[in-house]
Design a protein around this ligand. Structure first.
Ligand SMILES: [Zn+2]
Ligand SMILES: [Zn+2]
Ligand SMILES: [Zn+2]
Length: 149
């Protein structure tokens, strides 16, 4: 289900410049890892970019999130997972095997429209995760009838 995204290095550089920041090798590497890993915790990013230490990864992610090119999603109880900000989809996670399924963002259109209309609330649909049981895990827990004979 993993789809990797390539990020636009020029767009990142100009966004950094607009905030008076420079494109650095560390920022470029962290950004590249986020795009490549699709959803990754700071620890996973640090493991993928061994030349950048964990503290710098945290700081870099904070910078990239502040300028709006990276965002985070909560896929479980642990550390948040980082993704490219334009990665707009609903995260569906199996609480049994931890499989992450990217569902089309449009699935939440009705929910988003209703919340906005009735509560003035703007849904951040890529931020949250819908938990449940995936098809494989559901099938594994269903004992075929023949086995009972
Ligand atoms: Zn959050
Ligand atoms: Zn995602
Ligand atoms: Zn599962």
């Amino acid at each position: 289900m993993a789809h990797t995204h390539d990020f636009d290095g020029d767009a990142l550089a100009s966004r950094l410049r607009a905030r008076g920041m420079r494109m650095t090798l560390q920022r470029e590497r962290v950004m590249h890892a986020v795009g490549h890993l699709v959803h990754a915790t700071p620890e996973q990013i640090a493991a993928a970019v061994p030349e950048v230490d964990l503290t710098t990864v945290y700081r870099t992610l904070e910078t990239l999130e502040n300028i709006g090119v990276v965002a985070h999603t909560h896929l479980g109880h642990g550390a948040p997972s980082y993704r490219l900000a334009d990665d707009d989809h609903i995260h569906v996670v199996c609480h049994n095997c931890d499989a992450v399924i990217n569902a089309p963002a449009g699935l939440a259109d009705d929910l988003a429209a209703t919340l906005l209309r009735e509560s003035g609330f703007t849904l951040d649909r890529s931020h949250f995760t819908v938990f449940g049981t995936c098809r494989d895990c559901a099938a594994a827990t269903q004992v075929p009838q023949e086995k009972h004979r």
